[in-house]
Design a protein around this ligand. Structure first.
Ligand SMILES: N[C@@H](CCC(=O)N[C@@H](CS)C(=O)NCC(=O)O)C(=O)O
Length: 262
């Protein structure tokens, strides 16, 4: 059976689980023991030098990067297709995914650094939360424009872009930053929650989110060092959190991506 290294809170992993479930592909999901440590030993590091989830293991194939995994799934199990057949519509779906994976995910992640991991308190926390809320609104307005009057981002059928947007907007809802009631994006989120592939994935998210309150100190005492990378690092700095980065470096509870500094 296929093995998916994942974390139930990871929006990238959720996108993959939704795709596998849409296609009816059985898989075993596992959170690697070394997740979040930056360790370069063990099965996760063996499958991906980046040590990030998701990673899909299908026989000899070990695939990292969620977009590449999604492409692999689409090519390996073409039915039902998640991408439309028209080239422009395919590009539309991929652009929607890319903005979600880069800009939107970074905003959610930044909010989580304050909300779950208390990286900032007082006025700085207020600033970061306000920045996340304002930027979430911009992203949701952009997504609303792309959804238009359709049921799904690809038109009449659930597809690639829906799988990519779902974990992003759902996390905003979890943080109390969801689209206003009765707007097109809120109604889309309501439709999502009627799809078994999404329901199963969101149930796992909710259970893990519940455990986060008790685990908020794991990056200060628990041997984990949070990875501050590309868009996430950029988000923290541009939104006013440079001191968060400096404190994390001083306290050695953040790290930068592979390869490690010699
Ligand atoms: N671009 C990658 C990003 C994957 C990523 O950042 N995954 C996070 C979880 S959401 C991770 O594994 N981080 C490792 C860590 O924090 O140590 C993808 O799309 O798969």
């Amino acid at each position: 059976m296929i093995l998916l290294y994942e974390h139930p809170l990871s929006s990238y992993a959720q996108k993959i689980k939704i795709a596998l479930r849409e296609k009816g592909i059985p898989f075993r999901a596992e959170m690697p023991e070394t997740f979040g440590t930056g360790r370069t030993d063990g099965p996760l590091a063996d499958a991906s030098p980046r040590g990030e989830v998701p990673v899909l293991i299908d026989g000899e194939a070990k695939i990292f990067e969620s977009t590449i995994i999604l492409e692999y799934i689409e090519e390996r199990w073409p039915n039902p297709p998640l991408l439309p057949s028209d080239p422009a519509a395919r590009a539309f779906a991929r652009m929607t995914e890319d903005v979600c994976d880069t800009q939107y995910e970074a905003v959610n992640w930044g909010y989580g650094e304050v909300h779950w991991f208390q990286r900032a308190t007082g006025a700085l926390a207020d600033t970061l939360r306000a920045q996340a809320a304002a930027q979430t609104k911009v992203l949701q307005d952009w997504l609303t424009g792309r959804l238009g009057t359709a049921d799904w981002f690809g038109g009449p059928d659930f597809g690639w872009a829906d799988a990519a947007v779902a974990p992003m907007v759902n996390r905003s809802v979890h943080f109390g930053l969801g689209p206003a009631r009765d707007t097109p994006l809120a109604r889309w989120h309501g439709r999502l929650k009627e799809r078994p592939s999404v329901v199963a994935t969101f149930v796992e998210f909710d259970a893990a989110a519940e455990r986060m309150a008790a685990a908020s100190n794991m990056y200060t005492t628990g041997g984990r060092r949070r990875e501050y990378r590309d868009h996430r690092l950029e988000w923290m700095i541009k939104s006013g959190g440079l001191d968060v980065v400096l404190a994390g470096l001083k306290d050695q509870n953040i790290r930068f991506p592979w390869p490690p500094v010699a």
